[in-house]
Write a protein that binds this ligand. Structure first.
Ligand code: NAD
Ligand code: UDP
Length: 326
């Protein structure tokens, strides 16, 4: 019998790729999304497929459906999106987790939570292993997301202990690729949009801060392996690419790959912006035999081609909006 899988946040960047992968694996997919940051365009190719169903719904409200497995991804993920309505971000994380865990409990099905490297805050341990407790400023502008995700994780561990649910918690590090929102303010999408339009590349701070970027196909492989691995996984698993780079280096790489005439400009560093971030993926290696395979240059080339097409096919008024924002 075909597995029927619920993907919350399925019209978003990661969710839309996950839905596509699950359909390829012969699952039926129920995609639930309120379109806050996701879009119909991301799932357009899937909507005609027989196993695919879309439901517009906000997971801060209970959901009554019948499924065999749940991936809980619904939550705005870029700093400008999650800071737009911080209270709603906390609700999406906490009420959303309670509702989806309640659904999993009623159906007795496995549920995976899309957690984040943001649970480590501005880390003092580098690279970050899952055992690191993190350093989050609970009063800062990123706290609605960071603390929301931390509370969601706690709920997952408590539902496992109290209700014997089978859970999976993926701590996702910076991921990029096609279907990112062109105005999400995240560094890869922003720099590519700026470079393709020969606009200034806006580096926040000195650009010495680091991140490690994972291409979407590698991330989807990690998420599905984590969901499907055998046994009781009672701890979080870091998923990300351990290839660390400074933001300045990233900007230069994108300018070179796009043959852009963009110049770099420095802007103030946002509050609580982590100075360094890089995953320790030993646990994912051991448990899932997983490691990223796509290099940054290869992944960036695919992502640049996506944004190039997006710009070529956009109306002039849309291009003007994108230019004014970048
Ligand atoms: P995204 O913003 O593209 O996707 C999130 C999706 O959730 C969107 O389609 C949005 O409309 C939907 N959504 C938001 N609130 C909702 C609600 N209350 N009810 C229903 N749908 C709602 O972001 P993404 O990058 O695809 O991230 C997906 C998940 O992965 C998020 O939970 C995010 O925290 C996590 N994550 C992503 C990254 C990354 O680098 N992309 C890193 C760490 C964690
Ligand atoms: N960043 C930047 N210019 C931009 C957007 C982001 O220099 O136009 C920096 C940002 O300050 C951070 C890094 O790039 O240090 C990654 O930012 P992003 O928002 O993509 O992800 P996160 O901070 O959540 O890792």
């Amino acid at each position: 019998m075909q597995k029927r899988v619920l993907v919350t946040g399925g019209a978003g960047f990661i969710g839309s790729h996950l839905c596509a992968r699950l359909l390829k694996q012969d699952c039926e997919v129920l995609c639930v999304d309120n379109y806050f940051t996701g879009s119909r365009a991301n799932i357009e190719e899937l909507s005609g497929m027989p196993g695919f169903e879309m439901m517009r719904h906000d997971i801060t409200f209970p959901l009554y459906v019948e499924v065999d497995e749940i991936y809980n991804l619904a939550c705005p993920a870029s700093p400008i999106h999650y800071q737009f309505d911080p209270v709603q971000t906390i609700k999406a994380n906490v009420l959303g987790a309670i509702n989806m865990l309640g659904l999993a409990k009623r159906l007795r099905v496995r549920i995976l939570q899309a957690s984040t490297s943001e649970v480590y805050g501005d880390p003092h341990v580098h690279p970050q292993p899952e055992s690191y407790q993190g350093l989050v400023n609970l009063a800062g502008p990123r706290a609605c997301y960071d603390e929301g995700k931390r509370c969601a994780e706690t709920l997952f561990y408590d539902y496992r202990r109290q209700h014997r649910l089978t859970i999976r918690v993926a701590r996702i590090f910076n991921t990029y690729g096609p279907h990112m929102h062109p105005q999400d303010g995240r560094v890869v999408s922003t720099f590519i949009m700026q470079a393709l339009q020969n606009q200034p590349i806006t580096i926040f701070g000195s650009g010495a801060q680091t991140r490690a970027f994972c291409y979407i196909d590698d991330m989807i492989a990690g998420l599905t392996r984590l969901m499907n691995c055998h046994g009781d996984v009672d701890a979080p698993v870091n998923l990300g690419n351990p290839d660390e780079i400074t933001i300045v280096e990233l900007a230069k790489t994108i300018v070179a790959l796009t043959n852009s005439s963009s110049k770099i400009v420095l802007r103030p560093l946002p509050a609580d912006d982590p100075r360094q971030r890089c995953p320790d993926i030993s646990r994912a290696n051991d448990l899932l035999h997983w490691a990223p395979t796509i290099s940054l240059r290869e992944g960036l080339a695919k992502t640049i081609s996506y944004f190039d097409d997006l710009l070529s096919n956009a109306t002039e008024s849309k291009r003007l909006v994108w230019r004014s924002v970048s």
